[in-house]
Write a new protein. Structure first.
Length: 173
């Protein structure tokens, strides 16, 4: 645990001091590449696999309960799912807390119907080279990453929703 905190701290400091270098490294998984497959446990303990949602437009969000922006984006993601779910869209929110209790409490408080997976070992952020909390990836129906987002705010939310709408309007393969 101490090593994980040290690595996270060093990454944050590096990103602050050398942002140009860190951005290049962070985008090692890049737009146009296939989204790496993963399996995590869902809220009820069942396997949640990215591949189970192939053919859909996927908004993959990597978040933690200690992240204030993450906490505020959960209801927005639930709204997206409600608005676009019947059009072939799926939000997958992967929590990376080492202790699940804080995430469970937050989910009870903030959301009712959101597909959430738990990844206490941080495998998904490693696969996707996540650079911050939250980090999100829009994946098209063919499985390709079409956009990467390393922050969330109101203008970014509008931009992401426009991207989702654009990709949903394309015919399924």
């Amino acid at each position: 645990m101490k090593m994980r905190i040290l690595v996270t701290s060093l990454a944050f400091i590096s990103a602050t001091i050398f942002p140009q270098c860190f951005v290049r490294l962070a985008n090692a998984v890049d737009v146009g590449q296939e989204g790496p497959s993963f399996t995590v446990k869902s809220v009820d303990g069942a396997p949640l696999q990215l591949n189970d949602y192939s053919g859909k437009v996927i908004y993959l969000d990597i978040w933690a309960s200690w992240c204030s922006a993450c906490r505020q984006s959960l209801p927005w993601m639930e709204e997206l799912q409600s608005k676009y779910g019947d059009k072939g869209f799926q939000v997958i929110a992967v929590n990376v807390d080492e202790e699940r209790e804080a995430a469970d409490n937050l989910l009870r408080e903030k959301v009712k119907n959101l597909l959430v997976g738990f990844d206490p070992d941080g495998i998904v952020p490693q696969l996707y080279k996540a650079s911050s909390m939250p980090s999100s990836y829009l994946i098209d129906r063919s499985g390709a990453i079409v956009s990467i987002h390393d922050r969330i705010n109101q203008s970014e939310m509008r931009r992401i929703e426009e991207e989702i709408s654009k990709h949903l309007s394309k015919e399924p393969i």
